[in-house]
Design a protein around this ligand. Structure first.
Ligand SMILES: Nc1ncnc2c1ncn2[C@@H]1O[C@H](COP(=O)(O)OP(=O)(O)OP(=O)(O)O)[C@@H](O)[C@H]1O
Length: 191
């Protein structure tokens, strides 16, 4: 029921916003100019719909990865306090289907997966759970424009953890850098 309602809302807003879509700018100059520090907390309440941002506040810079149901780009989010780098997780540009109906169905499922991810992110950093410094933070979302549906999270300069660790392994960095300290009860890993 809620799904239908949400998609219905998106359908309505799409009529107004149809011509707007996320554009890759290739303008990395803006990124280089910005004060690229990650904020601990945003000014607004960290729950549900309060994550909604204006499309105009987001500039997409470059593609950085692909997930199972999303494409990931690096972008810049303009806040009243300044500009911050973000990872933009959006539905895939190419669904792989030549059939328009099937393609729309795939995109709908991708939006639902992103919506589920949004709920989990929002819950993890809600006032009841409090968030954690080692868990990626959600910084915003666009859920009211179907063609631009996306989640914005902190941007991790080193990319995905698995690739970061694999690179270190390949370069032989691990042997020297992985150190275990502590006692029988406590171990601290340093990379
Ligand atoms: N916050 C981020 N900062 C930098 N790079 C990121 C970030 N989030 C995702 N990426 C890049 O995009 C890739 C895919 O994103 P992600 O890990 O979220 O997808 P996935 O978990 O593999 O798949 P999915 O969530 O779609 O099932 C990552 O492997 C990483 O390279």
């Amino acid at each position: 029921m809620e799904e239908e309602y949400t998609e219905h809302l998106i359908e309505d807003s799409e009529k107004e916003e149809d011509n707007i879509s996320l554009k890759l700018t290739n303008n990395s100059v803006e990124y280089l100019k910005c004060d690229a520090h990650i904020q601990d907390k945003l000014e607004y309440e960290a729950t549900g719909k309060n994550f909604e941002i204006e499309l105009s506040a987001l500039t997409v810079i470059k593609a950085i990865g692909k997930g199972h149901f999303s494409d990931v780009h690096m972008g810049i989010l303009s806040l009243s306090t300044g500009k911050i780098p973000v990872a933009v997780k959006a539905t895939k540009r190419k669904t792989g289907s030549v059939n328009e109906e099937e393609s729309e169905d795939i995109l709908k499922r991708q939006r639902q997966a992103l919506r589920d991810e949004l709920s989990i992110f929002a819950h993890l950093q809600s006032s009841s759970t409090g968030g954690h410094e080692n868990v990626l933070k959600l910084l915003g979302a666009i859920t009211t424009i179907k063609t631009d549906f996306c989640l914005l999270t902190e941007y991790c300069e080193c990319g995905s953890m698995d690739r970061f660790l694999q690179e270190k392994w390949k370069n032989g960095d691990f042997e020297d850098e992985l150190v275990v300290e502590g006692s029988e009860n406590e171990q601290i890993w340093k990379v």
